[in-house]
Ligand binder design. Structure first.
Ligand code: NAD
Length: 461
């Protein structure tokens, strides 16, 4: 366990160095984007002389450092952004450390035959420009760094300005780990004060050969207009359906666990629920017995005024409430309770259903049957094709929903986070590229395919 005072010291030291104080400079963090780009360009050229085995050693060290500092990172993230839960953020960092693929993800392919042998290998892009969100600031920096370095690349980050201290702490951590493993200096870099200008400079720089954006629709659109190879990991609004074939108590527990995880910040988290009307009462009862607080009638509209803003009949989020604890919302409307999640019943078009809020609030809509549930869920997902979830033992229901919603992640009978490897099979990522189609990114996503042909040789039959 790391004590509170130690974390305060880290925060104070980071702040002081940001203010131009005499504290030790963070590794890889530069005052200007121009300097950062020059440094990572040099580092990438050095990395080309390292073996894949040496790259793997760097990844192993990053895993070790992330596990050791998971608690610091989690506390820094919550303290700086005011969003999320420390205990859940620790789990997220452990997941990054343990389940982000390394160099084993790079699989060559080969053709042999009468005319010789052709190999296809996964080669680095070079320097990758990465824009990261405020919701998983250090998780995304570390996870992307691991995949990008495994692929042989250097990385320049332009982190979310509201999470720059946490993101840059992670940049420093990655560099410390890489250096200890004998790797080059500044293989990942960032800027002290990320701005729109530093982002523009990064995107336009000829040094940057590929761009990766993790965030809402604005940044994905900006990236896709850059004229460069880009991976866009955008917004979602994941629905969850519960039919009448399941153990309703288990479904209730799973949904509360997934939807309340890190106060609903994860882009994959259950954000609205469509429940068969014949099990809806039981589902709500079991949710309230497992960490949820049920709001009724006027209370729902009171809460709406707190967490949403209305303009011309359209609702958007009140940003200062993103990722806050459920108890804080309740206090604001005069209720003294501290649950993991707030639930309420609404009609389909209620903004709690339609808006991606990233708050521990889950609206439940009663549905007559699977067709109605799927129709509403697909509509609420708004074509993001990001994530969707279902609790059902009916194979036809599972299949029909998966086919209709076309999401990158589809979780059946588990909390949403099983979709990124927490309690489910498969590796993890914090950059889920729906719009550009790479899906759950890993080292292979950050490489280019190169073919090498030898004619009339090296075939042995
Ligand atoms: P955000 O869109 O506000 O910011 C994300 C990043 O993009 C930040 O670094 C921000 O500075 C930058 N940015 C925003 N607009 C930009 C523009 N026009 N040009 C250049 N840069 C720009 O997102 P956030 O609030 O930090 O994160 C939450 C959002 O991100 C949610 O919509 C969530 O679903 C999404 N998200 C998606 C994934 C995924 O893997 N698909 C992962 C995490 C978060």
């Amino acid at each position: 366990m790391v004590d509170e005072r130690y974390v305060q010291e880290i925060v104070a030291s980071v702040v002081k160095s940001m203010a131009g104080g005499t504290e030790k400079k963070q590794k890889g963090v530069f005052t200007s984007m121009t300097e950062a780009l020059a440094a990572v360009d040099k580092a990438y050229k050095e990395l080309k002389n390292y073996t894949v085995e040496q790259r793997e050693k760097m990844i192993s060290k990053i895993r070790e450092y992330t596990l050791n500092e998971a608690e610091n990172l989690a506390k820094l993230g919550v303290e700086e952004t005011g969003m999320g839960r420390v205990t859940d953020k620790i789990i997220k960092h452990q997941l990054v450390a343990n389940k982000t693929p390394g160099t084993e993800d790079l699989k060559p392919s080969v053709y042999t035959g009468d005319r010789g042998m052709t190999v296809i290998e996964m080669a680095p892009y070079g320097v990758i420009g990465s824009i990261t969100p405020s919701t998983n600031p250090s998780e995304t920096v570390i996870c992307n760094s691991m995949g990008m370095i495994a692929g042989g690349n250097g990385v320049v980050f332009n982190p979310h300005p509201n999470a720059k201290r946490t993101a840059n702490y992670a940049v420093d951590l990655v560099n410390r780990a890489v250096l200890e493993a004998g790797g080059p200096e500044n293989i990942v870099v960032s800027v002290e004060n990320p701005t729109k200008e530093s982002s523009d400079e990064m995107m336009a720089s000829p040094i940057v050969r590929m761009l990766v954006a993790t965030g809402g629709p604005g940044v994905v659109k900006a990236l896709l207009s850059s004229g460069k190879k880009a991976i866009g990991a955008g917004a979602g609004n994941p629905p969850v359906i519960v039919d009448d074939t399941v153990d309703v108590e288990k479904a209730a527990k799973d949904i509360v666990a997934g939807s309340s995880f890190d106060n609903n910040l994860p882009c994959i988290a259950e954000k609205e629920c469509f429940a068969f009307e014949n099990i809806a009462d039981d589902l709500i009862k079991y949710m309230t017995e497992n960490g949820a607080y049920l709001l009724k009638g006027e209370q729902v509209e009171q809460l709406k005024k707190v967490c949403l803003v209305e303009k011309d009949g359209k609702y958007g989020i009140n940003k200062k409430w993103v990722g806050k604890d459920a108890g804080k919302f309740l206090k604001e409307i005069g209720i003294d309770a501290d649950p993991r999640l707030i639930i309420c019943e609404t009609e389909e078009m209620h903004p709690f259903v339609q808006v991606e809020m990233m708050m521990p609030i889950l609206a439940i809509v009663r549905v007559k049957n699977i067709d109605e549930a799927i129709e509403m869920a697909v509509k609420a997902e708004h074509g993001c094709r990001h994530s969707a979830h279902i609790h059902s033992k009916n194979v036809d229901h599972l299949t029909k929903f998966a086919r209709a919603v076309e999401t990158t992640i589809f979780v059946k009978n588990a909390p949403s986070y099983a979709g990124i490897g927490a309690g489910g099979e498969g590796y993890t990522t914090f950059t889920i590229a729906g719009p550009t189609g790479e899906g759950l990114t890993a080292a292979h996503s950050f490489t280019r395919s190169r073919r090498c042909v030898l004619v009339d040789g090296l075939h042995i039959v």
